[in-house]
Design a protein around this ligand. Structure first.
Ligand code: F0G
Length: 401
């Protein structure tokens, strides 16, 4: 039992209405459950496999879901890096281990299931890459067509490869993500295509399970949850979910929600640090972490609440810091992530060095996408393979043995 409601004016809408923002005031919508009517226990959840669908009582899907077994991703203790940073309780939740290699699958299993539940015949999104890959995957599983709009020349190779191979109609827009999103929103509203960007409140429902799993895996509520921020959907979703757990009495406190952006694309950080009422967009966002190259985060209003209500913070990291952390995670922890994902851990490094956080905190950094998403940025940072003649002598000489 749930309704859609506006986070700004409180207007309510029936769950079956195809609507992405409030008809009265234009602000964001959220899914409101009748939590009093939810009778599931924590124990029942714990008996199910760790996955998005463990938490189905807090999801809007009532049909058989379109699923590829998403979620249940590993939570790694970063022992080496934690030691270096003086953070004994530093963890990474590796969302790159989802079916399409990013956390977007949590949103898409729910979002595409909702498209079917609502009787929609086709789906679309704008994307910096991962959303398009995930949408293509889940549309293929559901057997419906998908259209994806990408900023031309600014999407990592692996993500384009996935969107193409899984059969989406892939369209490259000669402009940035923010413009592509405005275009696809219009398209969907005018032509009855189901929009699956994170402005869609049902998609975010799936993503909130990152927070649920983090609590279940850690065995307690982390003191801080750190996420890279682009459109600010994920940080908002995780906060919303944990608030629900708190209301249900399953947890007794919330983690400090902490958002990390790239220095060349940090409207949310400016709003938090400047204590602004709303986000002022970056006209020309730029960063090597193309996944979060977003100047006008559509979910900013929700994210500002999430960060402020939990005593969290937002910080930015340079491209150099992002890439250095991508290498550190790969080489010191065996965790392969794409640049945007490394931003969360790079942000914690920066915050701890600035003395902004307590070293005893239990910190979960969400690392959002797999290393193989962006092979070009990897290859640019690494020396090429050493090519030799196929002789033992040549081999020993390059190994200096
Ligand atoms: N990390 C990765 C790897 C992403 O792909 C994204 C967003 C984010 C973090 C930020 O999440 O937008 O919820 O704040 N990628 C979107 C896309 C925009 O189109 O794939 P957010």
């Amino acid at each position: 039992m749930y309704r859609l409601s506006c986070i700004h004016c409180g207007a309510e809408y029936a769950p079956g209405e195809i609507i992405y923002t409030c008809k009265k005031c234009g602000h964001l919508l959220t899914v409101n459950y009748d939590l009093d009517a939810i009778s599931v226990t924590k124990k029942e959840w714990e008996q199910r496999p760790l996955s998005v669908w463990r938490y189905r009582e807090l999801l809007p899907v009532t049909i058989k879901p379109v699923t590829l077994q998403e979620g249940g991703t590993p939570l790694y203790h970063l022992e080496r890096l934690g030691k270096e940073l003086g953070l004994p309780h530093l963890y990474a939740k590796h969302e790159g281990m989802n079916p399409s290699g990013s956390f977007k699958d949590r949103g898409m299993t729910v979002g595409v299931s909702m498209a079917i539940q609502l009787g929609m015949k086709s789906v679309a999104c704008a994307s910096t890459g991962n959303t398009s890959a995930s949408l293509a995957v889940y549309a293929a599983k559901a057997g419906i067509p998908a259209v994806v709009l990408l900023p031309a020349g600014k999407v990592a190779l692996g993500k384009v490869a996935q969107a193409l191979m899984h059969g989406a109609k892939v369209i490259a827009i000669r402009d940035n993500f923010d413009v592509a999103l405005a275009l696809v929103r219009e398209l969907c509203i005018k032509h009855g295509i189901y929009l699956l960007n994170s402005i869609n409140p049902y998609r975010l429902e799936g993503q909130k399970t990152i927070g649920f799993e983090s609590v279940d895996q850690l065995g307690e509520v982390p003191d801080r949850l750190v996420l890279p921020v682009g459109n600010a959907g994920n940080i908002s979703a995780v906060y919303k979910g944990l608030k629900e757990l708190e209301t249900l009495g399953f947890i007794d406190r919330l983690p400090k929600m902490t958002g990390i952006q790239a220095a060349g694309s940090q409207p949310l950080v400016r709003a938090i640090q400047g204590n602004l009422g709303e986000v002022v967009p970056d006209e020309h966002p730029e960063t090597v972490a193309t996944a979060i190259r977003i100047g006008a985060p559509v979910n900013a209003e929700k994210a500002l609440i999430a960060i402020r209500a939990t005593g969290g913070t937002a910080a930015s990291v340079t491209d150099e810091e992002i890439l250095a952390m991508q290498r550190a995670l790969a080489q010191k922890e065996g965790i392969g992530v794409e640049p945007a994902s490394a931003a969360s851990v790079a942000g914690i490094k920066k915050l701890v060095e600035e003395g902004a956080i307590d070293r005893d905190e239990k910190i979960v950094c969400v690392v959002t996408g797999h290393l193989l998403k962006d092979p070009e940025t990897v290859i640019k940072q690494c020396p090429p393979p050493i090519e030799i003649d196929a002789t033992e002598q040549a081999l020993l000489s390059v190994l200096h043995l």
